[in-house]
Design a protein around this ligand. Sequence first.
Ligand code: ATP
Length: 305
Amino acid sequence: MTGHTMTPDALAASTAAEDRTSTIAAPLLEARAVGRSFAQRGTGGLWRARQTQLAVDGVSMQIHPGEVVALVGESGSGKTTLGRMLLGLTAPSSGQVLFRGEDVAGLRGEAWQRFRREVQVVFQDTGGSLNPRHTIGQSVALPLRHNRGLDAAASAREVDALLEQVGLPPAHFRHRLPHELSGGQRQRVGIARALASQPAVIVADEPVSALDVSIRAQILRLMAELQRERGLAYLFITHDLGVVRALADRVLVMTGGRVVESGSADEVLERPQHAYTQRLLAATPVPDPGRQSVREASTTQRLNA
Ligand SMILES: Nc1ncnc2c1ncn2[C@@H]1O[C@H](COP(=O)(O)OP(=O)(O)OP(=O)(O)O)[C@@H](O)[C@H]1O
């Protein structure tokens, strides 16, 4: 199957049709013609010359259980804004975001809590958002106590299991403070914290772009492993096409707030149809055989970043 360039509606219909998982599982997360505009301050005066800017313009897309979807595009194309709408952090100006078929705008009480638990985020500098006075153990315990209601003993056991899973030996890291960790180690803590809520999907917004190149592959390998082991779905927001090749099942290409092309990672990277995607690929060489090495990495390769 080849990639496509088409209108958002046609794209949504095609995405649903081409995705074999759509016939067996309802989407976890779905954007239906979502748009978001922001007021922009004009240059002529403080508030007089206000204009609105359409950061996301009628995007439709779906993320199914266990699926890794990459969202690529240049800076300013609207990727983060779309991700924030899928996370419920930014309200759409138009259209709908659905979680397990229900409009997120209408979720209340337990349904809203379930959405907040099951849809987690890992930011570029997730480690930077850790409370500097909380130990790593306390930071990871917080969602266990709040979101899952575990008692102190159960949450201590789970903290250790989670730290172990992200490659941070608990005896060594549990009592440390964030400033005592490297950037890669802090990002592992951020991943552990996201996992603590037992998510079905993680929105990962440039999760490795702040890290040294040598550390990036380790974190990507960890994320690929966790995805496989836990059957997680990811929305991977990135401008790094190497990451797409390494991890993604499906790719959406955004420019100017719109999705202009979608398809399997191989289709889009090997046979890009849209001129924008072709330019993006020409501007960014995509290293090969990373896909295999990251996807098939074994747990023994997990290193402390
Ligand atoms: N809170 C906001 N207020 C005003 N404008 C905003 C806001 N958030 C985003 N924008 C604008 O919307 C557009 C899309 O931004 P967005 O961050 O979604 O793009 P992006 O593709 O994620 O870029 P990057 O890769 O640089 O993060 C940009 O022009 C940005 O300036």
